[in-house]
Design a protein around this ligand. Structure first.
Ligand SMILES: [Zn+2]
Length: 140
């Protein structure tokens, strides 16, 4: 879906290089994670070195987008007035089936119905022509 009037500030990366494949995949509505070519570890967030073995040989793999809520909080007081318009909303840590943990929002459900261990799947919000955000909704 394309939001026609997305006015919230987008916290875009200052150095886009390490996460560029992630954002490009998000625009294709695909979720990818960096993987170390040396130790095979998937990791999140994107960075130039494997956090496990410090190798700089990284490739990117497509993941299922399916996972479970590891932990979450309901935001009632947003840090920015433009985000306050959507409050309350859910800020969550999602454990993907592939074993990495990603921080995102859980949408498509009233915040007070979100539960730890709830199954979720990725959804993609095309908020501007340049940026697509990855969020999660309850899995079917
Ligand atoms: Zn490694």
């Amino acid at each position: 879906m394309m939001a026609t009037e997305y006015k919230k500030p987008l916290p875009v990366p200052e150095n886009p290089e390490p996460s560029r494949p992630f954002w490009e995949a998000a625009k294709r509505h695909e979720l990818v994670m960096p993987r170390c070519k040396r130790c095979n570890d998937l990791f999140w967030y994107p960075r130039e070195q494997c956090p496990n073995c410090f190798s700089q040989e990284i490739d990117w793999v497509t993941v299922s987008g399916k996972g479970k809520v590891y932990a979450f909080t309901i935001v009632y007081q947003a840090a920015h007035p433009e985000y306050q318009k959507e409050a309350p909303y859910v800020f969550a840590a999602i454990d993907l089936l592939e074993g990495t943990r990603i921080i995102s929002n859980v949408i498509g459900i009233p915040p007070d119905q979100v539960k730890v261990d709830m199954s979720v799947e990725a959804v993609f919000e095309d908020v501007t022509p340049e940026w697509t955000l990855v969020k999660f909704k309850p899995a079917k």
